[in-house]
Write a protein that binds this ligand. Structure first.
Ligand SMILES: [Zn+2]
Length: 308
């Protein structure tokens, strides 16, 4: 009973935001962003907030993504006005550019511990934090490793907080970022890859922005862990995530984008997986093991139709 009241209250809080997802401009994807395949299975018709968001899975590589997904302009508006209030309504507590800072500091400190041995081997001087939000992560990395740090993020309110930390800031998406030929020794894409509008394009852009001896850190919310934990695909889908990565699809993305994985961190929450990478050879045909794709479908079907 309590749970029901809780979920009704949650739906009321979300409805009170008045965000009309169905009315937003969208674009439909015909080619898989990872493998270029064109055969998809629709896995969900609604997200965890109750919005009518459809998630497709690529039958060739197993990548899961919103399809259709909102346009870049619609997402820019979403991050400016809706994202933090929506997440606050979902969790039933205030989550904004100020209140997330403690959590982000702990997160950054754990990631810095993981990265430290590799970064100490190199002489990294510059940091680019892609999707760097309020700059807490960049600030922790900057202080720990003595770096000149830049944050790029599409949310103006969060970028304002980052600027107050004394960080260099860029308001926008990395896909459109013009670095004027500059490269960075250390690039991080923290809790962001699932929010990107084009993962392939962003990773290739990041690869070009990374110096020859540079390091790249990226982490995913493991979609497989998320749907298993929630016992539901719909509850693992949310409009803020156009993409749903797994260990297998992320490794294929990294190989295709020209990154060698140096170390992997399965985070303490058993939900996030982090990858520390160096520039490597482009394996433009890398794909997840077909057995993984089969297992994923089997698991999703079993979750959607549990035995009595
Ligand atoms: Zn694919």
């Amino acid at each position: 009973m309590g749970a029901k009241i809780g979920s009704e209250a949650r739906q009321e809080r979300i409805a009170a935001l008045g965000y009309d997802y169905a009315a937003k401009p969208v674009r439909r994807t015909l080619r898989c962003n990872l493998c270029g395949g064109d055969r998809f299975a629709t896995l969900a018709h609604r997200d965890r907030y109750g919005y009518p968001a459809k998630a497709d899975g690529c039958l060739r590589c197993g990548l899961v993504f919103l399809n259709p997904a909102m346009t870049g302009d619609a997402y820019a508006e979403f991050y400016t006005n809706v994202y933090r209030p929506l997440v606050s309504a979902y969790h039933g507590r205030l989550i904004d550019a100020e209140s997330i800072q403690d959590e982000q500091r702990d997160y950054a400190s754990a990631r810095a511990d993981f990265i430290e041995p590799r970064i100490r081997e190199r002489s990294c001087k510059t940091l680019l934090d892609v999707g760097g939000s309020t700059g807490v992560v960049a600030h922790v990395m900057k202080e720990r490793f003595d770096l000149l740090a830049t944050v790029i993020d599409p949310a103006p309110l969060e970028i304002e907080v980052a600027r107050a930390f004394g960080l260099k800031t860029v308001t926008g998406f990395v896909e459109e970022y013009d670095a004027g030929g500059a490269t960075y020794d250390f690039i991080v894409l923290c809790q962001t890859v699932d929010h990107l509008l084009d993962v392939s394009l962003s990773l290739s852009k990041i690869r070009n922005l990374l110096s020859g001896e540079g390091l790249f850190f990226v982490d995913i919310v493991d979609f497989r862990a998320a749907y298993r934990r929630n016992g539901s695909v719909e509850k693992a889908v949310k409009i803020d995530h156009p993409f749903y990565l797994t260990d297998e699809t992320m490794r294929a993305y990294l190989a295709r984008s020209g990154f060698d994985i140096l170390a992997i961190d399965c985070a303490a929450d058993h939900l996030h997986i982090g990858y520390l990478c160096a520039p490597g050879r482009h394996d433009s045909n890398a794909l997840p093991d077909p057995q993984f794709v089969k297992d994923q479908w089997r698991e999703i079907r079993a979750i959607q139709n549990p035995l009595p």
